[in-house]
Design a protein around this ligand. Sequence first.
Ligand code: NAP
Length: 539
Amino acid sequence: MIDSIDALVVGAGFAGLRALHTLRQSGKRVQVIEASDDVGGVWLQNGYPGARCDVESYDYSYSFSPELEQSWRWSERYATQPEILRYIRHVADRFDLRRDIAFNTRMISARFDEPTSRWLVTAHNDRQWSARHLVLCVGQLSTTKSPNYPGQNDFGGRIIHSGEWPREPVSFAGQRVGIIGTGSSGMQMTPVIAHEAQHVTVFQRTPNYSIPAANAPVSEAEDQQVKANYAERRARARQSPTGLGFIPNRTSALQASAEEREQVYEAAWNRLGFGFALAYYDILLNQAANDTAAEFIRKKIRARVNDPVVREKLTPKGHPFAARRPSVDSGYFEAFNRPNVELADVRESPILEFTPTGVRTAVKHHDLDVIIFATGFDAFTGSLLKPDIIGRHGVTLREKWAAGPITQLGVSVNGFPNLLIVVGPGSPSLLSNVMVSIEEQIDWLATLLNTMDDRGIIEYEADAQAEIDWVRHVNERARETLYLATDSYYNGAEIAGKPRVFMPYSGGIRGYRRLLHQCAESGYAGFTLRPAHAEVAAK
Ligand code: NAP
C-alpha cells in the first residue's frame, strides 16, 4: 500500500525534526524517514570521545519555541555530543515527533511523477509514499570517507570511523591507538583518548589551524542573563554574517598597529572561538590581513608544544587561516607534550600499508590495537547523491549535478519540482551556524507551501536561468574571499574525481536571509508556480 501524504522528509537530525514540527504546525500530513534507529543525525553517529559542538550551546539550538528555550538548561558553553543528543531527544519527545518518524528506513529512490506532480518515494524495505513535497534533510557531513590502504583488510585490530562511532562505549585502556586525520574530529578526540590509552599515534597529513574553545560550565547567572534576553540574542545571530552573533570588526587588520592587532587577537583568542576569524573584517578577504591572523595563531601553537620538531610539524602553513574549516580545540596541541602521544607526519613519511599488527610508514612500523579514521566525509553532496532522485524526463540528480551542484538559492533545483534541500550546496550551510540556516530555510518552505495552498498551486520549480544566475553569484562571492586559495571540502577537493566547484554560499546568513525574504515577497521570483490545471501562474 502506498501512503499518500503532503510532505516526506528524509532524515531525523536537527533539520528533519524542525521540518516535521513546522510543516505539521501548518496542517500538513508529514512523514519522516530515517535510516538509523533514533533521532539525532550526525549527533547520533559521531559519538567519539571528545565530540562537542564548536558553536555555543545557546546558539546551537532551536529558536522556534520560547518555552523550549527557557526550560532547557545547557551545562557547558560548548555542549558535548551526549548533551546535544539529550537535547534532540527531548525535542522529539516534547513535540511528540516520533509518531511520524519511520526509523530503520532508508530512502533508495524518489521519482517525480509529472502527471500528478507528486514524488513517489521508495525505501529499502519496499515501503512507499506518494508525497506532494520532498524535503531532503540528509546532512552535509553524513557520508563518511575512508582511506583504502594496501593490507587494510588484514589489520587484526579494530578500525572505527569517527562518523560511524559504535553506540556501546569503546574502552581504550591499555590500547595502542592510531588516529588518522587531524580535522575537527581528530583534534577533538586526541587529547581525550590520550588520557585513557596506553599510546596514541596521530597520523597528520595537513596541520590545521585551531582556536581554543574557552569552554566553561554555564553558571546560573549566565543562564538567567541569556534567557532574559534570548530574543535579542537570536536576532543578533540572524543579523550576523555567520549566524553566530559576531559582528565583524570594521577595521582592516592592516590599518591597525601591530600592538593594537596583538591586543585584538589576544582577546579573540581567549574567548571567541570561531569569532576569531572576524576579529578584523578582511581576515578572510585579503591575504596580507590573513597573514597577520595566521602568524598570531602559529605563534600560539608554538607556545603550546614543547618539542621543537613536533611543534614545527603541527604548525599550519601554506594555506590561509579559515580557508579550510579551522578547529576549535580543547587541549589538542598540549596533548603532544604527553609521553604517550606521538605525531606521524604522513606528508613527510606516507603510510605505505596496513599490516596485521599496525601501520607501516616510510620510516617505521607503528604497532596498533585500534585505528580510528578521522578522515572526514564526502561533504555537501555525498548523501544527496546516494539515492536515485529522479526528476522530470527521467533525469537523475546525479546526472544533473555531474559537473557540480547547481541550485536556485541553495534550496531548489530546476527539473526537480516540489523538492527542497535543507542546508545543501549553494546555501550558507557549513559556513554558517547551521541551526540558523536550517530554521530560515524551513520557515521559508512553510511560507511557500501556505502560499501555494492559498493560490491553488500544486507545483513549484526553480527556473533554469535563476539557477545559472545563483551559481554565478555564489562563485562571485567566493572569488571575493580566500576560500579558493586552497584545497578543501568546500570545493570538492576531499574526494578524488569530485567536481571542483565551490559549494557553500559565502555571502553570509544576513544577506542570504534577505534574499530568501525578497524571493517570497516578490511572489517567488526565480520559481515557476503551477496550478492544478497546468496553466503557468503569474510569477
Ligand atoms: P575533515 O575536516 O575533513 O578532516 C579529515 C582529516 O583527515 C584531514 O586532516 C585530512 O587531511 C585527513 N585525511 C583524510 N584522508 C586521509 C588519508 N588518506 N590519509 C591521511 N589523512 C587523511 O573531517 P572531520 O575532522 O571529521 O571534520 C569534518 C567537519 O565536521 C568539520 O570541518 C566540521 O564542519 C564538522 N565537525 C564539527 C564538529 C563540531 O562542531 N564540534 C566536530 C567535528 C566535526 P587533509 O586535510 O590533508 O585532506
